[in-house]
Write a protein that binds this ligand. Structure first.
Ligand code: NAP
Length: 266
């Protein structure tokens, strides 16, 4: 019997994780099966316990349950504790254990797949939800010159910034007159076809705009291209965070290049 894994969230019908992990399993020869669990808003713990009782070994956690997954765990890695959000559950221990692979996923996509150096970069992170939580500390620790976190609700950005030394928090309106080498959009605005209310002139020459959303050309990426910046969606981060989860569960890191290329080819 293959070991069982799944992604849990709401909604999850659109998730590419089952396909990605099936490719990883085939390429590495690991005997796993990977499904999807759509949990109701108040049903996260119930669904996880049911999966665990049936012998499930691990879960990826997606929107909106990453914070609840952190609170559910008896122990976590340091990177999940820093994020206070869990996207990878290990269920084959006496107590549920959590990790967060979003930060390493983003960093690997930026530095390995896209060949960007973060050394000395001025970075702007937009958003303060579960995704921003996972990547703020890893970005801040990647040798950048400065990092600003801005959110529609500035208080949420401030609550994240106090956890990470050197990070400055603000609302979108106070970004006027500032420019960055890397702007990461971790808001969910693109899901509704919306653009965060950002000022003009955010991009320095040679800047990269990175939207964590994938599978569509967002208003944010269109605005960035119009301003002369390079633009990239979050498909590479999705594949890289999945590969890191696979490594955490199985002890083997799958190659991501062919999987990402196949997804990009549609
Ligand atoms: P979340 O916890 O619900 O947080 C949503 C964030 O978006 C909040 O900061 C919210 O601001 C902001 N927001 C929502 N609508 C907005 C709008 N119209 N204008 C400006 N800000 C808006 O969601 P999440 O889990 O952080 O996910 C955020 C995005 O990242 C999603 O699109 C998700 O698909 C993507 N993601 C991608 C990957 C990947 O591997 N590529 C991984 C994780 C997440 P307020 O605080 O003011 O409400």
């Amino acid at each position: 019997m293959p070991d069982r894994y799944a992604v849990i969230g709401h909604p999850v019908a659109h998730s590419k994780s089952p396909w990605i992990h099936a490719q990883f399993a085939r390429a590495t020869g690991e005997a796993i099966e990977y499904g999807a669990i759509d949990a109701p808003a108040d049903g996260f713990v119930h669904e996880v316990e049911k999966f665990r009782a049936a012998g499930g070994k691990g879960l990826n956690v997606t929107l909106p349950f990453k914070g609840e997954a952190f609170r559910y765990c008896a122990g976590t890695t340091e990177r999940a504790a820093a994020a206070q959000a869990v996207n990878t559950l290990l269920l084959d221990r006496a107590q549920p254990f959590g990790d967060n692979t979003d930060g390493v996923g983003l960093l690997r996509d930026l530095t390995v797949n896209l060949g960007r150096s973060l050394a000395g970069a001025q970075v702007l992170l937009l958003g303060a939800g579960g995704a921003a939580q996972g990547v703020l500390a890893p970005l801040a620790q990647a040798g950048v010159a400065s990092i600003v976190i801005a959110n529609r609700t500035p208080a949420r950005a401030r609550a994240l910034a106090v956890r990470v030394p050197g990070v400055v928090a603000c609302g979108f309106d106070t970004l006027d007159g500032r420019a960055f080498d890397l702007v990461v959009n971790a808001t969910a605005a693109g899901l509704d076809g919306e653009l965060p209310r950002l000022p003009q002139g955010l991009f320095r020459p040679g800047a990269l705009a990175y939207d964590m959303l994938y599978g569509r050309d967002t208003e944010f990426l269109a605005m960035a291209r119009a301003a002369g910046a390079a633009a990239c969606d979050g498909l590479g981060m999705l594949v890289e965070q999945a590969a890191e989860s696979f490594l955490v569960w199985r002890g083997v890191r799958p190659d991501t290049r062919t999987v990402l290329a196949a997804l990009r080819a549609g």
